[in-house]
Design a protein. Structure first.
Length: 173
């Protein structure tokens, strides 16, 4: 577990399944995450959580409120490559937890852990070019734009650009 001032990053629990199921069934949110939206039962959500938690190339945490331990969302670092010291960040919050500064807290908590414990030196992420709020959060958290994949991802509106961002973890630690 990683403890922040207002949040905790922890392993998932059975009590988290309903909140994660809400996230997995939110079509607009799944579209923004560049994920394929499909119906997710509690069992399918449980399986998704289990699979993410058991992968050697992935780190997965539920983001929980520090005061009452209620789930606010999740964060994952996928495609972990220990040889190159890289991983791909993904953050997702329940609608009621969005815009409250939790994203900055998550990145701050993860940086030291990823660098010192896992030996990662760089995080990458992919974000829809139209997701200005997320891009602003990532830039405030130390990410910089390194490219744009033109008409890369199909959304409800059609093919859209995807911004590629990176954050060097070792430059300030």
């Amino acid at each position: 577990m990683l403890f922040g001032e207002h949040i905790v990053l922890r392993a998932w629990r059975e009590a988290d399944v309903p909140a994660m199921q809400i996230l997995r069934n939110d079509i607009e949110l799944q579209d923004a995450l560049m994920s394929e939206a499909r119906p997710n039962s509690a069992e399918r959500t449980r399986q998704w959580l289990s699979e993410r938690s058991c992968r050697d190339d992935m780190l997965f945490f539920v983001v929980a409120d520090r005061t009452d331990d209620s789930p606010l969302g999740f964060v994952q670092v996928a495609e972990i490559n220990r040889r190159n010291g890289t991983g791909v960040l993904g953050i997702c919050f329940l609608p009621m937890a969005q815009g409250q500064g939790f994203g900055m807290s998550v990145v701050g908590l993860l940086e030291n852990y990823l660098f010192r414990v896992l030996g990662l030196r760089k995080l990458l992420l992919y974000v829809l070019a139209g997701n200005v709020r997320a891009i602003r959060l990532y830039e405030k958290s130390g990410f910089r734009r390194v490219g744009t994949l033109s008409r890369h991802h199909k959304t409800i509106e059609g093919y859209v650009d995807v911004v590629v961002m990176e954050h060097l973890l070792d430059h300030h630690l």
